[in-house]
Every structure is written in C-alpha cells, then in structure tokens.
Design a protein around this ligand. Structure first.
Ligand SMILES: Nc1nc2c(ncn2[C@@H]2O[C@H](COP(=O)(O)OP(=O)(O)OP(=O)(O)O)[C@@H](O)[C@H]2O)c(=O)[nH]1
Ligand SMILES: [Zn+2]
Length: 286
C-alpha cells in the first residue's frame, strides 16, 4: 500500500493512505532515514499500525547538519517559504543558508515578509531584504493576522516547507491557512508520543493532490555541514559568472591576488553583505 509520511518524530511516523486514513508506522529494520513528505510502501498490521517497507524515490531531500550529525528535514519539497517579519529583527544569514540549501536541491524560494500591518516598521525590513530582491528572489508582503490568504496562490502546485525564526508568525500563518491545524498537530503529537508534550514534529498538511505545506520546527540553524565549498559557492547565484576566474584554481577568495570574486565585490556586481555572509558560511563549513 502506498502512503505519504505526514508527521515524523524519532522512529515513529504518521502515514496517510490513499483512502484518507492515517496509520502509525514504524520502519522495518534498524536504520531509518525517513522524513516528513516521504512517499512509502507500507504493510498494515491490523491494529491501526503499519510497517514501512520501502521509501519511494525522492524528488528532493532537505537536511540540516552540524559537525557531528545530519538530520533529515523534509522530502519531496519543491519550495522553501522563508518567513520573516518587520519585527522582531531577523537573520539575513539564515535566509542565505536557506537559499544555498534551495539552490543545492533546485528548489524555489519565496520570502514572506509578515506583520506588514505595522507599517512604520516596514522600511528597515525591506532594506535588509534588498540584496535578495535585487537578485530576483520574490518577497510577498502580508499580515498573517489579516491577509494570510495572499500566500495561498503561491502554495498551489508546490510542496512547500515553512522556515522561520521564532516570533516571525509561522504558527499564525499556518492557523490562518489551515483551520484546525493546531488541533490536528496536538492530536498527532498525542498519538506519536502517547501524550508527552512536545512540539518537535515535522507535520505535512495536504491541500490537494499537488499542493502541501510542511511545518518543520527546529530549523533555526540550518547547518550546511553536508555541503562542500563548491556547493556553497554555487548557492550564491550572483557568484556563478565569476567562479573559476580567480588566478588560483583553489582560491579561497580571502587575500589571494587576482581574485575574481573580490574584484566583483569592488565593482559592485556582488553585494558586500552577501560576500560577508559567504565568508561566514565557508568558515563554518571548514
Ligand atoms: N502585528 C502582527 N503581529 C503578528 C502577525 N502575525 C503574528 N503576529 C504576532 O507575532 C507573535 C509571534 O507569532 P507566532 O505565530 O507565534 O510566531 P511563530 O513564528 O510561530 O513563533 P514560534 O511559535 O516561537 O515558532 C505573536 O504575538 C503573534 O500574535 C501579524 O501579521 N501582525
Ligand atoms: Zn577568488
């Protein structure tokens, strides 16, 4: 039987079956690397539980990783929706991390600027996003409290994962778009944890056959240790015309003479803030 993983917690999964029912499922064997959004083959056990026999081929796979381990975030995602707000302040470094991950997996990235009802606070947030809009990334300005519906058309035909720092309004957005989401999450948590209180689940909400939204808490760091330096360089789309044009093939773009990237920064082709973030990410990945 085919199913889709709609919630993941540790080695337990909620799998939605084609007939609309869901089962609690466990992978066969010890080594499980299954993520929310995975399409799987399951064998129902009759007690409302099931065994996951196989993971179907994935379109994409998002990870976060530090020096020690790698964790799956979500599978088969086609779009990252990065939520920031006019207040409190947000990290443009986390946004750049997401962009690098998105470029690596060939995903669309949409930036949502929330709380735009606080009009006198919009200008500084727009300024922080300017280097990204200049590169062609889209920013959707809305208020999760009054105009969350503006996001819905952007979710159509996509499997989106929602990423955002605490306080940006992710929960408000989800509850506005998916009535009953909070209750559903509590129910799933209860089923997966037998009542233990926890909010660390990734949850998939399906809108229709082609559109779904994955809420994955704990994405605030999005470590990119699994990417090599080449993938990080490629993740900065505006670097691409200059890569390979430094005097030294293994140029680190620090102090080497005739560095094409540093020249591009000096000439205004690369935003200094983006270059600074690149250096930070590179230092972290070493
Ligand atoms: N003014 C304004 N406040 C908002 C809006 N959306 C959310 N908020 C407020 O911002 C705060 C954070 O919203 P949440 O939805 O809890 O944010 P979150 O991103 O889910 O944060 P965590 O739960 O910490 O992950 C709450 O006090 C919301 O009421 C908005 O559109 N306008
Ligand atoms: Zn260089």
């Amino acid at each position: 039987m085919h199913g889709e993983v709609v919630a993941a917690h540790g080695r337990q999964y909620r799998v939605a079956l084609a007939d609309g029912t869901t089962v609690l499922a466990f992978p066969r064997g010890k080594k499980s690397e299954i993520a929310c959004g995975d399409r799987v083959d399951v064998t129902p056990g009759g007690d409302g539980q099931a065994v996951i026999d196989a993971i179907l081929p994935r379109q994409s796979l998002l990870y976060r990783s530090d020096e020690f381990r790698r964790k799956l975030i979500a599978a088969n995602v086609t779009q990252i929706v990065f939520v920031v707000a006019v207040e409190p302040g947000f990290s443009d470094e986390l946004l750049t991390r997401c962009l690098v991950a998105a470029e690596d997996q060939d995903l669309r990235l949409l930036i949502v600027l929330n709380k735009c009802d606080l009009q006198d606070r919009i200008a500084p947030a727009r300024a922080l996003l300017a280097p990204f809009t200049q590169l062609g990334y889209s920013v959707l300005e809305l208020s999760a409290q009054s105009s969350a519906e503006a996001l819905r058309p952007q979710l159509s035909g996509q499997t989106s994962v929602l990423v955002g720092q605490s306080g940006m309004g992710k929960s408000t957005l989800i509850n506005a778009l998916i009535p009953g989401a909070a209750a559903a999450t509590r129910e799933i948590s209860a089923a997966l944890d037998s009542g233990k209180h926890t909010t660390t689940h990734a949850t998939l909400y399906r809108f229709d056959a082609d559109s779904a939204l994955i809420d994955s808490p704990g994405l605030q760091e999005l470590g990119l240790h699994h990417l090599d330096i080449g993938a990080i360089e490629q993740g900065f789309v505006e670097f691409r015309p200059f890569l390979g044009h430094c005097r030294f093939r293994n140029c680190r773009h620090e102090r080497e003479p005739d560095c094409a990237l540093r020249a591009a920064v000096a000439d205004g082709h690369i935003h200094p803030r983006r270059f600074e973030t690149f250096r930070t990410l590179r230092a972290q990945s070493e």
